[in-house]
Ligand binder design. Structure first.
Ligand code: ADP
Ligand code: MG
Length: 404
């Protein structure tokens, strides 16, 4: 069976007009002789009826448990799925709707942020054999006791790839409101450009470092099972971004597309807090601190451990927890709040001289102070103040001529 999974995000199903566009994409693929599984997000954004944030606004998450919250917010995608199926049926095609649970998606019991542990695709396969278009509510599954769970923000991307994997699909198409993955967030950098081809690791880095165009877990899962991913625009016929494994073909293609450019894209993550902890040479102190940080589930980033100083950043949501750990242990520390982590992502950039120098110069020309840096084989990170974010993104985008 030639199975294609198509995922439509919130804005792609928010209005009659956008749902008609989505339906066109679905019917076109179906008419080309493919079996179609559609995955949908909840309709629209905060304020729109039945959007996830609108539903959350109806309750007080401090007094009701995560299990009940999941029951509530899983409804957004179910409503969206039925309404999109209605559009498909109106056009004379047969569609059937399944919740995540009914589609065979089994998760652990981590309500609100569950991981998919198994998918039983039998029910979907039966419908596909009957030539039905199967519309699945994204972002949700159930634990092994039949309790409804949700997968966290952006979770419909994960649903799409998990189903694609279980169904052994040809590829997964992620439809959204931009023409593909771009060299920077187009809302901030107006001359950002669509990237036609990327490899999984670049997209993973981009997603992990804040570009919300696709969920990092979805990219990781696609890479593990070698499922081609294509990011496309519901509202246009642009080719989009195709994500694949690095091979000879990819490298040749890339040379053509990139003119040997070393940098692919730039992204950012706000809400970071830098901690600078001064320490005497008592190592047991550090070990105790690290144990506390680990047992509190605080994840560290941009880690620089020097003999007398330990520097790292954390998400601002963990700030209060870490401060109380440090105070309890009588540590001496400084914090810098409202930081933003800028990521300059490339392909095999380590070993190419001068990249860091260009980043530093481009930022200093704009009077942007760099608080910390780090690097890997495919990324250079700079920590700056949040208020400098837009300026920094534009300056780096220009410096590496990503608009070309
Ligand atoms: P959906 O609801 O379809 O899942 P999202 O809002 O999750 O859509 O993701 C699409 C958005 O991601 C775009 O509208 C864009 O503003 C944002 N975005 C951030 N960085 C990038 C990037 N590098 N390329 C494309 N889009 C990006
Ligand atoms: Mg999304």
């Amino acid at each position: 069976m030639n199975i294609v999974v198509q995922k439509f995000g919130g804005t792609s199903v928010s209005s009659v007009e956008s749902r008609n566009k989505a339906t066109n994409k679905i019917i076109k693929k179906y008419e080309e002789g493919n079996k179609i599984v559609v995955v949908v997000s909840a309709m629209g954004r905060k304020g729109d009826p039945y959007a996830t944030d609108t539903l959350l606004g109806l309750i007080n998450p401090k007094i009701i448990s995560n299990r009940e919250i999941d029951l509530l917010i899983s409804c957004g995608e179910i409503i969206s799925a039925v309404i999109l199926a209605n559009h498909i049926c109106e056009r004379g095609y047969e569609a059937v709707v399944l919740t995540g649970f009914q589609a065979g998606i089994i998760t652990n019991s981590n309500f609100g942020n569950a991981d998919i542990i198994d998918v039983n695709p039998d029910r979907i396969l039966n419908y596909l054999e009957e030539n039905k278009i199967v519309v699945v509510a994204g972002f949700q599954g159930s634990n092994k006791f039949g309790e409804i769970t949700t997968l966290g923000r952006g979770g419909s991307d994960i649903t799409a790839v998990a189903l694609g994997k279980a169904l052994n699909c040809n590829y997964v198409e992620i439809f959204t409101d931009v023409d593909g993955i771009m060299t920077a967030d187009p809302n901030i950098v107006p001359n950002a450009k669509v990237i036609k081809k990327m490899c999984y690791s670049e997209v993973y880095q981009l997603a992990e470092d804040g570009a919300k165009v696709i969920h990092p877990r979805a990219v990781e899962m696609a890479q593990q099972s070698n499922i081609p991913l294509i990011i496309k625009n519901t509202y246009s016929d642009s080719e989009g971004t195709s994500i694949e494994e690095v091979n000879v073909n990819f490298i040749n293609n890339r040379k053509e597309l990139f003119n040997e450019k070393i940098i692919t894209a730039i992204t950012y993550k706000k809400g970071r807090v830098q901690f600078i902890i001064s320490l005497s040479d008592d190592e047991s102190n550090v070990n105790k601190l690290m144990d506390e940080i680990t047992s509190n589930g605080i994840s560290l980033d941009l880690i620089n451990f020097l003999v007398d100083k330990k520097i790292f950043t954390i998400d601002e949501n963990n700030k209060d927890k870490l401060i109380s750990i440090l105070n309890k242990g009588n540590f001496e520390y400084k914090i810098v709040e409202n930081c933003c982590k800028i990521s300059v992502i490339g392909y095999k950039m380590r070993g190419i001289p001068g990249v860091m120098a260009r980043i530093v110069k481009a930022l200093s020309k704009e009077n942007i102070k760099i608080l910390q840096t780090s690097d890997s084989h495919n990324t250079i990170w700079c920590l700056i103040k949040e208020e400098d974010t837009n300026k920094a993104l534009k300056a780096l985008h220009n410096e590496f001529k990503l608009y070309e």
